[in-house]
Structure formats: C-alpha cells, structure tokens
Ligand binder design. Structure first.
Ligand code: SAM
Ligand code: SF4
Length: 340
C-alpha cells in the first residue's frame, strides 16, 4: 500500500535537479547578477542519485523528470540517464532543458534511454530572447529542438512562460512553431516562486486570458481530457492543434499534486513553495540503511500538508514570495536550485 500524505495524496512523481548552475539568466528565474551556488562537494554523485531514486521507487514513484538549473550542464548526464532507464519500476523518464546545449546532446540522450523531452522556449525573436534570458542563444535552442526531433523524440513539448508585455503577443507564433516542428506547446503562468524576485500580479497572463486571446485569433477552443494529476490542462484549436496551459498561479492543482523534488545536493522538498526540506544526503553518506532511509521518507511524506500554490493564491498584498536578502542566504530557496 502506498503511503499517503495528510491530504490523501500518494507520491508518484519525482523531479531530480542535477545541478543548480545555468547558462541562461531568465528574468523570471535568475534575474540577479550574483548567486550563491551549492558547494560542489555537496552535489550528489550519480550513484547516490540512483540509490535515492530506488528508495523513491519503493515509495511508489514511477515517473522521474530530470531538471536543474540547466541539466545539460551536468557532465556525463547520459550515464545517469542510462542508470535510471534500467530501473524496472520506472515507467516514464523525462528531462526539462533550456535547449542551449541540446543540438549536440539529443542523440546521446535518446540512446541512453531518455523517454521524453521538454524544451523551455519563451520567444521566437532573437532580440527578445537576449532581453529575457540575457544570452544570444535562440539559434542554439532552435537547432536543439530540430536535433531532438531527428533523434526520435516524438513526444516533444515546448514550455513557454508567458509574461505581460514581454511575450504575450507571441501565443499564436509559438503555437505555429510547435505545429511546424511537431511539438506540443504548453503555456505556463508566471509563478512567484523563489527566484522570481520581480514577480508582480499584473505581469501574470492567466489561463483565462490566454484562452480568450487564442479564441479571438483562431475561433472556439475545446478542452481535451487530461489525467487528474497532470499539471497541464489540454485544449485544441478548431483545426485540431493540441496545446496545454499550466495555470499554477490562478488555478493551482495542489489537491492532486503527487510529486516531490530532490535538489542536486540531496534535499527533499515536498512542494515548489516549501521553505524547508529534508536532507537525505547526510544520512545516505553516513551509511544509513535502506530501511532507515525508507522509514524517514515515509514519515516525511505522511506528514505532508503542503499546498503552496493554493496558499499563495490566497495571500494578500501579493508581491515576490521570498525577499532577496533571504534568497541570498539560502540557495535552496531559489527556483534554479529546486528545479521547475
Ligand atoms: N533550465 C531548464 C529549463 O529552463 O527548462 C530546467 C529548469 S527550469 C527552473 C524549469 C522550468 O521552470 C522552465 O520551464 C522554466 O520556464 C520554469 N520557470 C522558472 N521560473 C518560473 C516562474 N517564475 N514561473 C513559471 N515558470 C518558471
Ligand atoms: Fe532559465 Fe531554466 Fe536557467 Fe532558470 S534554470 S534561468 S528557467 S534556463
């Protein structure tokens, strides 16, 4: 029997951040000039990640997504993917990347056994890309998406965070690009997670607004069925093109959230908004037995009451979630440390 948390939610999905480093500086995630990085010696080895993954498998996890920071910056990532892909309990192994290094990596990722790939792409305009991510990397990302298709990633997704005045006039262009490259686009509402120090309610383009703008452009939009614990609600245009919206800010899905997160240094987080986590690295490195670690995991999950996005929605005078001074003291609160 799987362990349930205080709201009756099982643990099924794990996001593993493999590095907190990144080669972009997206305005909604890493807007500052300086960051405090995790000490290198604290970052889990692939053997440690694999050992912890097995414990999560015992807890009922059958889906893993690798993320970061930028996961393709982690040296020899395909060897971790190969280790994870061999786990008999794993039914879905996915990776979220900004795509900058994907052109050279796609074929190897596929050969290593990666099932699915999501590429984050917020704009198709080079000048905007530079303004929004502070690097001239749009051509590299577009080549990466081409390479992923050629490598055989058929279930390709493109995630676009939509922010007012930045890229909210590109909804149709992004959908048409997705259509052309055979990838399903998912629009993500701007979230006030740690790291999003410039977040303000006016910058959020809500699911309702995205749908109404697309309906103006394309005609009536129909909802499509999606599994209850899936973060994206799916829709289709009158011509049948499917797309998703992840409405974590205006319509959070906390009640069905079955995921946990593991930071690159082995801290277990029960929610994207959690301010504290459980350090699994120390007991693992101290030689704790599998049973001891599993009991710890079960106890932590049983006590889980987190519904961070719902609580944030109810917050008054909502501004950025964690003050910059606090973020500067604790790298674990950053979005790029906990993964998206
Ligand atoms: N670097 C990789 C990437 O960008 O795909 C993986 C890590 S990134 C933290 C994972 C996802 O989180 C990306 O799709 C990114 O757009 C999203 N993200 C980061 N900050 C966000 C915010 N404030 N609101 C909504 N999504 C955000
Ligand atoms: Fe952008 Fe992802 Fe890097 Fe954050 S971690 S700055 S979302 S590329």
């Amino acid at each position: 029997m799987s362990t349930l948390d205080t709201l009756g939610r099982p643990l099924r999905s794990l996001r593993i951040s493999v590095t907190d480093r990144c080669n972009l500086r997206c305005h909604y995630c890493m807007p500052e000039d300086e960051y405090l990085w995790l000490p290198r010696e604290d970052v889990l080895s692939f053997e440690e990640v694999s050992a912890l993954a097995d414990l999560f498998g015992d807890m009922g996890v059958d889906r893993i997504r690798l993320t970061g920071g930028e996961p393709l910056l982690r040296r020899d990532l395909p060897s971790l993917i190969a280790q994870l892909a061999r786990k008999p309990w794993l039914t879905d192994l996915a990776l979220t990347t900004n795509g900058v290094l994907l052109a050279d990596a796609a074929a190897e990722l596929r050969q290593a056994g990666l099932h699915r790939l999501t590429v984050s792409l917020d704009t198709l305009r080079a000048d905007r890309f530079l303004a929004l991510a502070r690097r001239e990397s749009l051509p590299a990302v577009l080549s990466g998406i081409d390479a992923a298709r050629r490598a055989g990633f058929t279930d390709l997704k493109i995630d676009s965070v939509i922010t007012r005045g930045d890229n909210d006039d590109e909804l149709g262009d992004l959908l048409e690009y997705g259509r052309a490259v055979g990838a399903e686009v998912r629009f993500i509402e701007y979230m006030d997670v740690g790291g999003a120090t410039r977040w303000r309610p006016e910058a959020v383009v809500s699911r309702a607004e995205i749908l109404s703008r697309l309906a103006d452009q394309y005609g009536p939009i129909q909802p499509l069925p999606s599994p209850p614990s899936a973060p994206a609600d799916r829709f289709q245009l009158p011509d049948g093109l499917a797309f998703g919206i992840i409405a974590s800010t205006t319509q959070p899905f906390c009640r069905t959230c079955d995921r946990a997160r593991l930071t690159a240094d082995g801290v277990l987080l029960l929610c994207l908004y959690a301010q504290h986590g459980t350090d699994l690295r120390r007991p693992l490195r101290a030689g704790a037995s599998r049973d001891t670690l599993l009991n710890l995991l079960r106890a932590v999950w049983r006590g889980r009451a987190n519904r961070g996005a719902e609580e944030r929605r109810g917050a008054r005078d909502r501004g950025s979630y964690i003050p910059l001074s606090v973020l500067k003291r604790d790298a674990h609160l950053e979005m790029h440390t906990r993964g998206g």
